[in-house]
Design a protein around this ligand. Structure first.
Ligand code: KIV
Length: 280
């Protein structure tokens, strides 16, 4: 059966595996970094071939794959399973996996155990949400050789505490808090930082606070080192009203591969995100 025997060499032909050093260099040279979420092997191959720099096994899988209304029900075991599926077909892109809600908030031992399980599943970097107490988690992981991506702004695991999926960092005080938390996370060893749903000006201020680390924006304007979107959103598959920062790359594309390539091109040539259309 042809489809179960894909020609492996075709995947990501000629691309060297993306490393943390490469991502840092891209950041320093202001070459935009591309990231999309991914939850299965077939998409991993398609996205890798399209030239994505990074893939994220996001806990958004709880919403787009499992049908929950929040990311809270996602378990560590489920994230391990999806990370294994994605890692099996990946040859070049840098793989980040989310620590799901409840898998890192208790003790240092717990966060190290959870992160190690995701690294064994094939992740190259672990992502965790929030500032303040998470700096201790970041330090524990990076001291043990596990690269960490932090996540500030709208942190969906705290949706109930935040009062919904609302824009963060709008006031001077909340922007100052984000800057302080970003500084603490970088000092603790985080090498990447996702900034979600905040005014472009706030994201730019946070970026200036931590120029030494890679920032990846989602609804945070054009100033970040790179961009991420949820795969199902950018392919126009998600039903209901989408946030303003999402662009449907299937519109006008000949198919999924073309849509993904068009996302890569748009991030690289900085036509996405357009501050007028996708910014706050
Ligand atoms: O889970 C996820 O998909 C994420 C991205 C939105 C950054 O955390």
């Amino acid at each position: 059966m042809m489809s179960s025997h894909p020609v492996r060499e075709a995947a990501s032909a000629g691309r060297k595996p993306v490393t943390l050093t490469k991502l840092r260099d891209m950041h320093l040279q202001a070459e935009p970094i591309t990231m999309l979420t991914c939850y299965d092997a077939t998409f991993a191959e398609v996205l890798d071939e399209a030239g994505l720099d990074c893939l994220l096994v996001g806990d958004s899988l709880g919403m787009v794959v499992q049908g929950h209304s929040t990311t809270l029900p996602v378990t560590l075991e489920q994230t391990i399973y999806h990370t294994q599926c994605v890692a099996r077909r990946l040859s070049a892109a840098w793989l980040v996996a989310d620590l799901p809600f409840g898998s890192y908030g208790e003790t240092v031992e717990q966060v190290v155990r959870s992160a190690a399980a995701l690294m064994k599943a094939g992740a190259r970097m672990i992502k965790l949400e929030g500032g303040g107490w998470t700096a201790e988690c970041v330090r524990a992981l990076t001291e043990r050789g596990i690269p960490v991506c932090a996540h500030l702004g709208l942190t969906p695991q705290s949706v109930h505490a935040l009062g919904g999926y609302r824009i963060q960092g709008r006031t001077e005080t909340s922007a100052e808090l984000l800057k302080r938390q970003a500084r603490e996370l970088s000092d603790a060893g985080a090498s990447m930082l996702v900034l979600e749903l905040m005014p472009s000006s706030t994201a730019a201020e946070v970026g200036r606070e931590v120029p030494e680390i890679v920032t990846i924006g989602i609804g945070a304007g054009p100033s970040t080192s790179g961009q991420v979107l949820v795969l199902h959103d950018m392919l126009g598959l998600t039903r209901g009203r989408l946030p303003r920062f999402v662009r449907n790359f299937m519109a006008g594309s000949a198919g999924i591969e073309a849509a993904v390539r068009s996302y890569v091109e748009a991030v690289k040539d900085r036509s996405f995100p357009d501050p007028e259309l996708h910014g706050y």
